[in-house]
Ligand binder design. Structure first.
Ligand code: ZN
Ligand code: ZN
Length: 399
């Protein structure tokens, strides 16, 4: 109860969920738990639950996400319909609704307009609140003209629960109550949360490799839970790639299956992230700005920013003598960025020492701001050093 009260004071007034939607959502959870208690434990049930989870997770990640939202590969019309149908058995509303909202997420990732950003509106809002609010129930066709032109997809989207009901009934006829409870209810609840973690957890916890403008992260554990979607920072860096794991060890089961699909001719034009960009960015990861915010003061020799700053220190005195206007302007910009970074890092340290839950959101914001300012400072320093070198200035000889 206390947590609900805290949550409601922390979120703006328009961010409220509909009680009827919450009740329905909880009812499915209750059906799963009560059902398991009534049917009793069974290994057949566990196997059905896991199989049904991964079958449909594939349709969500490879289908709803990589195919319908990002067009990362091509499918013929019948497989396209089957993929949409299978995706809708997961009871995550319609395929067009899903893709349309997801395209919006990429357009505004972690900015105020983002409909499910944990950075903007907290964990629970990004996880499930935005769906239960009823604010985004309509499918915005203007974002998905490429998909809305197919009448069969529009029909599926309008009849959001047709596929999932057919699926539940089929499981009941094939495997009885065990099929319905384990294969449908329990599996669907797990599948919901598995999918929702991409919107919530994967913008909060894990490793940032690429300096994307959002707070997307990478996590091996969630890559296993979601068949490859845990490489979410990779994905935000290169959204049109069908592969979200960029290296051999970044397990991406959805992509492996799509690759097989390509071999048998079902999948066409699988898009991948360009390898030079990936290699370069992964190399950059070792000196990642985000990491050095946490460890600033250490690892200076690995920090490109610190190296540049040291180089500039060497040339600065020689540059001052020239009284060159371009250098003076850049130097002023550098000082402003340095001062801003100092203030931000002090705020960050202060926010970290505060124990309140409210501070964690502020921390994420501060980290983003620090990252931006560091990038700004980095760019200014690069230009300073280049400009100084163009003027024929070089570092003062060490005393
Ligand atoms: Zn995202
Ligand atoms: Zn995406």
């Amino acid at each position: 109860m206390t947590q609900t009260a805290e949550l409601s004071t922390a979120t703006p007034p328009q961010h409220v969920v509909r009680p009827s939607a919450v009740a329905g959502f909880l009812l499915v959870h209750a059906a799963a738990i009560a059902g398991v208690a009534l049917v009793g434990f069974s290994w057949t049930g566990v196997a059905l639950c896991v199989a049904s989870y991964y079958l449909r997770m594939f349709a969500i990640t490879a289908g709803f996400h990589r195919y319908f939202s990002h067009r990362a590969y091509r499918l013929a019309r019948v497989p396209q319909f089957l993929m949409a149908f299978l995706g809708q058995t997961s009871a995550q509303k319609g395929v067009l609704w899903w893709a349309s909202n997801h395209r919006h997420h990429h357009k505004y990732s972690d900015r105020p307009e983002d409909i499910h950003s944990p950075v903007q509106n907290g964990f629970w809002w990004s996880h499930i609140g935005w769906i239960l609010s009823g604010l985004y129930d309509e499918t915005d066709y203007t974002r998905i003209p490429d998909l809305a032109k197919f009448p069969e997809l529009r029909w599926l989207d309008r009849n959001q629960y047709a596929a999932t009901m057919v699926y539940a009934v089929a499981l009941f006829f094939a495997f009885g109550w065990t099929g319905l409870i384990y294969g449908y209810f329990l599996s669907t609840v797990l599948l919901w949360h598995g999918t929702f973690t991409i919107n919530s957890v994967m913008h909060l916890f894990g490793r940032r490799v690429f300096p994307t403008a959002d707070q997307s992260r990478n996590s091996m554990i969630f890559a296993l839970v979601t068949m490859g979607e845990g490489w979410h920072n990779n994905h935000h860096y290169y959204p049109s790639s069908a592969a979200q794991g960029f290296t051999w060890w970044q397990v991406d089961m959805s992509f492996s299956l799509l690759w097989l699909g390509e071999k048998i001719g079902l999948v066409k034009g699988l898009r991948r992230a360009p390898s030079p960009a990936v290699t370069e960015a992964l190399a950059l990861a070792r000196t990642k700005l985000d990491v050095s915010v946490e460890t600033s003061g250490q690892a200076m020799e690995d920090d490109p920013l610190a190296q540049l700053a040291a180089r500039w220190d060497g040339i600065r005195d020689a540059a001052r003598v020239t009284a060159h206007q371009a250098l003076a302007d850049l130097e002023a910009a550098r000082l402003r960025a340095v001062q801003r970074l100092d203030v931000l890092q002090a705020d960050y340290a202060a926010a970290r020492t505060r124990a309140e839950a409210a501070a964690s959101n502020r921390l994420v914001e501060l980290r983003a701001e620090i990252e931006n300012t560091r990038r700004e400072l980095h760019d200014t320093l690069v230009r300073l050093v280049e400009a100084a070198e163009n003027l024929g200035l070089s570092a003062a000889a060490p005393a």
